[in-house]
Design a protein around this ligand. Structure first.
Ligand code: 28G
Length: 640
């Protein structure tokens, strides 16, 4: 793959630009992060990013991604088409071939418009995808002709040549991942579609279509949002009560930056802010987010004073006050974005701070002037947050004082004797009678029981101050030893397995949901660290002669009865609640590590979980059930 044939004619810099593809095949991880499913999807994003770059230049408005029936994947855009003419520095080679077979060529050759620099980490371009493909083909529509070149393991089979006529312009890349390097070639439609949805929000007026043509997996989705970030914020707030009829929105060019911001308050207490720079999700914020926050705090205070909603005796609203219940999206595009931090998730360009602050200040001030009824609602919401923060501070001090006075565990807790947290389990059990059975049935060496009575607080709507007033919650927090709020820490976690054990009925499922919401909102780390589980009590006892069998679903029951030898009689008993089981049964079916099944609670996708939890607290019961089923994963016979 010697790309440079007459090296002497080029400067050292040019030679570096025209490096071949062997390094990518030798050390794929350096270029695409990993060779697993994430790396595989990274290949797709690399190609789509090129098409998005073309869209950012304002030329392309349609991108189609097809997972082909043969397992290859195609990306097709209607941009200008990669130039096929010989490159000035390589008179015998098509620019297209250089783009496809040399490392970093895209970036260095580019320089037009706002390079989005790809999926955050790498941005190595389409040549890296070619290098990691057993087969690759590029088709360019340009000059009313269709040009084509094919590759195996990145090596062209023949020069670029016209193979027919074409209408319009554009580029289509098809690649089949090389399974000698990539661990998997099984593209996940849902993962790709989620990413393209986000891209469509960030690139207003670009239509992104994704199609799965694999046998028995046929499906497609089309994303187009002419509202840009407005549509994104509306989507994030879709299950919440909003305080503004529509998101406040601005898109403006300042010097060489384009600043786009949408925001909309809701009646929740958490903050949801997404930020991007050149299409990259800046998970650690940076100058654009700092500028946004400064504008928000300053503008709301100025408006509050001017409209006399903030009285003389009121202190200024703090940054925390104005962020409660805020949903916002910030996207900046700039010619030379500088990222910092380990994961390159923080925007560093200082000028963007003042640019964003200026644009947001002007937009928000105008919005508040024009819609004073909503302005009033927002300021009142912020004042509520300020008061709650005050109350919470007092409540926390109370708890701390109480803690230091008597660090005693809750009276209801039946603790275990084992002292090393890795081996300890805490069962949170619904109801006193089930709690009684659990206390008798457990292995007291490592299993502790905390009975919970009635419904615990609906924490989605409850602030920290009200939560700390609930005995159920303080009992859980004290038993866990983690504290809560600013002082939450897993360092002193007393049990490495926290097991929710509730009845298999509607009430039980509601209590489980409330507990899950509580852990998600206030102790998310316990979930991400894998400490949270759901117990699986049986649904039926089937007695055949002296033998007892336990089954965990209707289906299991039917299967068991169908397999029963003819002539045998079976007595089927449906458990209405945990309280109906005697201690031995509860131990054998639900608590004994050798025979029980636990579901480990996982949070795959914070965005989705966040959406789901607010939906969960709505009125529909069905989505709640679905959530619990899909976020739980079977774990059997964990060794203790
Ligand atoms: C289908 C899958 C991914 C692309 C373009 C369009 C141009 C381009 C791409 O140019 C090469 C060399 C030096 C400037 C730019 C076409 C200007 C004029 C392009 C894509 C151009 C890069 N005409 N569309 N690259 N430089 N789509 N889609 O990769 O001179 S890559």
């Amino acid at each position: 793959m010697a790309t440079v044939s007459k090296a002497s004619e080029y400067t050292a810099k040019d030679i570096e630009i025209l490096e071949g593809l062997e390094p990518v095949r030798k050390r794929p991880g350096m270029y695409i992060g990993s060779t697993d499913i994430r790396g595989l999807h990274h290949l797709v994003y690399e190609v789509v990013d090129n098409a998005i770059d073309e869209a950012m230049a304002g030329i392309c408005d349609r991108i189609i991604i097809t997972i082909n029936a043969d397992g290859s994947l195609s990306v097709d855009d209607n941009g200008r088409g990669i130039p096929v003419e010989p490159h000035a520095k390589m008179p015998n080679t098509s620019t297209l071939e250089i783009v496809m077979t040399t490392l970093h060529a895209g970036g260095k050759f580019g320089g037009d418009g706002y390079k989005q620099g790809s999926s955050g980490l790498h941005g190595v371009g389409v040549s890296a995808v070619n290098a990691l493909s057993a087969y690759c083909r590029v088709e360019v529509r340009r000059n009313h002709k269709l040009y084509m070149q094919e590759y195996h393991h990145g090596v062209p089979s023949a020069p670029v040549k016209p193979i027919g006529s074409a209408t319009g312009t554009g580029t289509k890349v098809t690649f089949l991942p090389d399974l000698a390097i990539m661990e998997t070639g099984d593209f996940q439609f849902d993962t790709l579609a989620e990413r393209f949805r986000e891209m469509a929000y960030l690139n207003r007026e670009v239509t992104i279509k994704v199609i799965d043509e694999r046998p028995d997996r046929e499906q497609d989705a089309t994303f187009y949002f002419d509202g840009g970030l407005r549509s994104f914020v509306r989507h994030l707030n879709k299950n919440r009560n909003v305080l503004m009829a529509r998101p406040a929105y601005v898109e403006r060019k300042v010097d060489k930056s384009i600043i786009e911001v949408a925001l909309q308050y809701n009646d929740n207490y958490s903050e949801t802010v997404y930020s991007f720079a050149n299409g990259i999700n800046t998970v650690d914020g940076g100058s654009h987010v700092t500028g946004f926050r400064a504008a928000l705090t300053r503008t709301l205070n100025e408006y509050g004073r001017k409209a006399n909603l903030l009285k003389e005796a009121d202190a200024n609203l703090t940054g925390d006050d104005v962020r409660e219940g805020l949903t916002a999206a910030i996207s900046v595009k700039l010619p030379e974005a500088q990222f910092e931090g380990q994961t390159k998730g923080k925007l560093n360009n200082a000028e963007v701070r003042t640019q964003t602050e200026m644009v947001v200040t002007e937009m928000l001030a105008k919005y508040l002037e024009e819609t004073p009824s909503e302005g009033k609602r927002i300021i009142e919401k912020c004042l509520g947050a300020a008061r709650a923060r005050d109350a919470a501070r007092r409540a926390r001090e109370l708890v701390r004082r109480k803690d230091s006075l008597d660090s005693t565990l809750p009276g209801k807790l039946a603790d275990c004797s084992e002292r090393s947290p890795q081996r300890c389990e805490l069962y949170l059990v619904e109801g006193d009678s089930a709690g009684g059975s659990a206390k008798q049935g457990r292995d007291r060496h490592f299993q502790a029981i905390l009975p919970l009575r009635g419904k615990i607080l609906n924490v989605e709507r409850a602030r920290l101050d009200r939560m700390l007033a609930s005995e159920q919650i303080t009992n859980i927090v004290t038993a866990l030893g983690t504290s809560i709020g600013d002082t939450f820490s897993t360092d002193k976690l007393r049990y490495w397995r926290i097991i929710l054990m509730t009845d298999a009925d509607v009430d039980g499922s509601h209590i489980r949901t409330l507990l899950l919401t509580f852990f998600f909102r206030h102790m998310e780390k316990l979930i991400t660290d894998g400490h949270l589980y759901i117990a699986q009590p049986p649904l039926y006892r089937i007695q055949v002669g002296k033998q007892r069998h336990y089954v965990y679903s209707d289906q299991e029951r039917d299967e068991f009865l169908a397999r029963l030898a003819p002539g045998k009689n079976a007595a089927v008993n449906r458990y209405k609640g945990l309280g109906e089981m005697d201690p031995e049964e509860l131990w054998e079916t639900t608590m004994n590590p050798a025979s029980r099944t636990l579901l480990q609670v996982t949070i795959e996708d914070a965005i989705k979980a966040d959406e789901t939890f607010s939906m969960l607290m709505g009125d529909e019961v069905m989505p709640r059930k679905r959530f619990i089923e899909s976020h739980a994963q079977h774990v059997k016979n964990l060794d203790v």
